[in-house]
Design a protein around this ligand. Structure first.
Ligand code: GRF
Length: 197
């Protein structure tokens, strides 16, 4: 890697507010990463518009056009490979990935953001489950992706309070603010380990 920036491939399925946080961070000269490509499994994901506005190439690979996980993932690999990604960033990518796909990119070359303080509340509906359990703290986690869903070494976590009158929506908003801080921080940390000293 001759450059002072690693190449990111960001995978999304929806709004892409975390993608936006990465776009904004990558605009800094001293940020050690650039986004080489944004890939969505949904053609109408708003994140694609965010990428296009920033002049970032986009790819759409729909799981619906493929007969099973293996051909879907093979199509993603084919689409991403020309961009030579050093790190794959899952940012609200709502498909479960096989160990084959995860390992294809090499050890610790894929990271994810999850809206809970892992290992608590893996999976979906994290905020409602935390409220239902009477927790007073929630948060988000950026972690390396391992074959087991929402596991893998933790890179960074941010906490927020849960207020007595919180709904899943109000809590999600508070957590999201921290996600937008946590994800660029985690990318910066990982990128620095990948760049030559
Ligand atoms: C975030 O809450 C993230 O933690 C989860 O999916 C959501 C994506 O939001 N994995 P956005 O598309 O980045 O706005």
């Amino acid at each position: 890697m001759a450059s002072k920036k690693i190449n990111l491939a960001v995978l999304i399925s929806g709004s892409g507010s975390n993608l936006q946080a990465l776009i904004d961070a990558c605009a800094r000269d001293d940020f050690p990463a650039r986004i080489a490509v944004v890939l969505s499994n949904k053609g109408d994901a708003f994140g694609l518009t965010r990428a296009q506005k920033a002049g970032i190439p986009t790819e759409v690979i729909s799981h619906k056009d493929h007969d099973g996980r293996a051909p879907f993932e093979a199509a993603i690999i084919k689409a991403l490979t020309p961009y030579a990604p050093d790190l794959i960033c899952l940012a609200g990518f709502m498909r479960i990935l096989t160990p084959h796909f995860i390992n294809h990119w090499g050890a610790q070359r894929m990271i994810n953001i999850h809206p809970s303080l892992l290992p608590d509340y893996k999976g979906l509906n994290t905020h409602q489950r935390a409220i239902d359990d009477g927790k007073d703290t929630a948060g988000c986690t950026v972690h390396f992706v391992a074959p087991e869903v929402d596991s893998g070494e933790i890179i960074t976590q941010k906490q927020v309070p849960i207020h007595p009158d919180d709904t899943a929506e109000t809590l999600a908003k508070r957590v999201l603010v921290q996600e937008h801080i946590a994800y660029p921080e985690a990318v910066e940390r990982v990128a620095k380990t990948l760049l030559p000293q």
